[in-house]
Design a binder for this molecule. Sequence first.
Ligand code: AMP
Ligand code: MG
Length: 331
Amino acid sequence: MPRVAVLGIESTAHTFGCGVALDDGRILSNVNSTYTPKVGGIHPRESSQHHSSVAPQVVRRALEEAGLSFEEIDAIAVTLGPGLGPCLRVGATIARALSIVHGKPLVPVNHAVAHIEIAKLATGLEDPLIVFVSGGNTIIASYSDGRYRFFGETLDLALGNMLDSFAREAGLPHPGGPKVEELAQRGTKLLRLPYIVKGQDISLSGLLTAAIKLLKEGCRLEDLCYSVQEYAFDMLAEVAERALAYTEKKELVLTGGVARNRELQRKLRIVAEEHGASFGVVPPELAGDNGAMIAWTGALAYKHGVVVEVEKSYVKPRWRLDEVDVPWVEG
Ligand code: AMP
Ligand code: MG
């Protein structure tokens, strides 16, 4: 099969992104524009308005940087879920229009699968245990029998969402994760917070409530940031370690926006080392939501015949990772 070039569109939450990838693993462009709320967290309608307003420039720049025209693109890939309905619909509408106007097949991509595939491409790991942590997801998974299967997840809040919510209560700007990491480095005292692991799942809402209570009681913010990270990351490391022991995978990969956190990287590197597994982290520029990961996953999927008719390309805000066949992954 000759070279395949895929244009990918991301719009699940705060970021509208467009990238171009080749099926040999080369990323030709990755252009992203992120909506930052003036107050509070992500407002789905405001974010979707941001996406519609930047979409034309982002798509044009992604093609320019890739040095390709629409004629040279083989397929249009788009994230159909999981994500925020109004945001997903912007990406889907644009992808459908491009597919029809330029006569290119449309490739549906699951956003969680894309975070996994870009991490595998960037780290060179082939069959890892996956820790995927972002604003909207907290998932431990690995490949088995045609799909990525869950080995643990959050029962309530996603890790990034929890950090962002705590930061917001502390008056820090969005996104809070990086600010919490910075302040945590100056923390000196471990404050007692709930540590909740149920089977292979973790729960973060009790930790958030308790941390906000201590904040209002006047505890030092640096100590709180340090403690929130310690508790949350240790819960995650515990279930990741059990999953690694059970699956006997020889690789562990960390992906998603929260993968940028150095302390989380340090803890999971130790888990991997203790089990004789290689450890890899997605690079910062591919950690958060981005167009390149959709393009790359789209290229893998398209080569395996995964396409969707425009009429059936519904968005799926709750599309789970373990509902997606991944025929390009070898067992
Ligand atoms: P994503 O949803 O994949 O784009 O990732 C965004 C999430 O990553 C937000 O919740 C951010 O707060 C979080 N994040 C980004 N950088 C860091 C960091 N250094 N430490 C912790 N969380 C982070
Ligand atoms: Mg994401």
